[in-house]
Design a protein around this ligand. Structure first.
Ligand code: SIN
Ligand code: FE
Length: 286
């Protein structure tokens, strides 16, 4: 479930044996764990280790690839410095991913900074990431493309606690028969109304239903098999969050970089959630 890699540098070249383990682990549904890889903050960046950097509304501060910073209470020079720290993280993770994985065409998506303690946060069940889930986002149709995320724990002392759940196929077999029928016309309407960026495919509808149904199922949350992982301060990890059931249970101050990837880029495309769901449902989903 955890593939631990002894990498200590953001730039390659990395040993062929390490690259092989990274690829097989990632596509097989493991979390790649880098205990010796720290994202170091500059002295002046340590001011950002403060929950008040957040605007108090959104869970995360985000920086999109065009450079737009959202959901921070900071303004002026401090906001610029925070954006620069996040951009440096995006560059570092892009360099590592390019050196470690064979994906030639991988899209760098959003960067997020998560300065608020996970534990005390109150929110609806659907948006509560302390409940086991696979990632699926209402406004961002993926049409089968993969969501790959790279995390760094930049907290000075607290570990980031996760639960990691059962394999995707086991989960899908249980929940697929329970998710409601797709409402024809809804995806088209949401696209026209601007609710989504582009039209949701059947895959997106299904993944959203799986995400919501799992979070709302108290018995599943309580009883389904999961392992506890603590990512120490100064460590990093990377995982396909559209496939690996995960929940963030505690911790503060994490950075996260999202990448998007076409299924065809994978060494084992049949492992992609869309392929698994198509096989189990007997339908074409995108
Ligand atoms: C999530 O992706 O569900 C949250 C992960 C985290 O913030 O550690
Ligand atoms: Fe998630």
């Amino acid at each position: 479930m955890l593939e631990t890699l002894p990498i200590a540098s953001w730039t390659g070249p990395y040993a062929p044996e390490i690259k092989a383990r990274a690829l097989a682990g990632l596509e097989g549904g493991a979390v790649l764990f880098f205990p010796n890889l720290a994202f170091a903050l500059a002295e002046k960046e340590k001011q950002f280790l403060d929950a008040r950097v957040s605007d108090g509304k959104a869970k995360n501060i985000s920086l999109d690839p065009s450079g737009k910073l959202q959901s921070t209470a900071l303004t002026g020079k401090s906001a610029k410095d925070l954006a620069a720290m996040m951009a440096r993280f995006a560059d570092s993770t892009s360099s590592l991913v390019a050196g470690l994985l064979p994906y030639r065409d991988i899209e760098r998506a959003r960067t997020s900074y998560r300065p608020v303690q996970v534990k005390g946060r109150s929110q609806s069940k659907i948006s509560d990431d302390r409940l086991l889930h696979v990632d699926a986002f209402p406004s961002r149709p993926m049409r089968g493309r993969r969501i790959l995320r790279f995390f760094a724990n930049v907290a000075p002392t607290s570990p980031r606690h996760w639960h990691v759940g059962e394999p995707f196929e086991d989960f899908a077999r249980t929940f697929l028969p329970r998710v409601g029928p797709h409402m024809p016309g809804k995806s088209w309407l949401f696209d026209k109304l601007g609710v989504t960026r582009g039209r949701r495919s059947l895959y997106d509808e299904l993944m959203l239903s799986l995400h919501d149904t799992a979070k709302l199922d108290d018995a599943f949350q309580k009883n389904s098999p999961h392992q506890k992982v603590a990512f120490p301060p100064g460590s990093c990890w990377m995982v396909f969050t559209d496939m690996v059931l995960h929940a963030a249970m505690g911790g503060e101050f994490a950075l996260e970089q999202t990448f998007h990837l076409d299924v065809e880029q994978m060494a084992q495309p049949e492992r992609a959630p869309i392929k698994v769901l198509e096989r189990l449902s007997g339908k074409s989903l995108a």
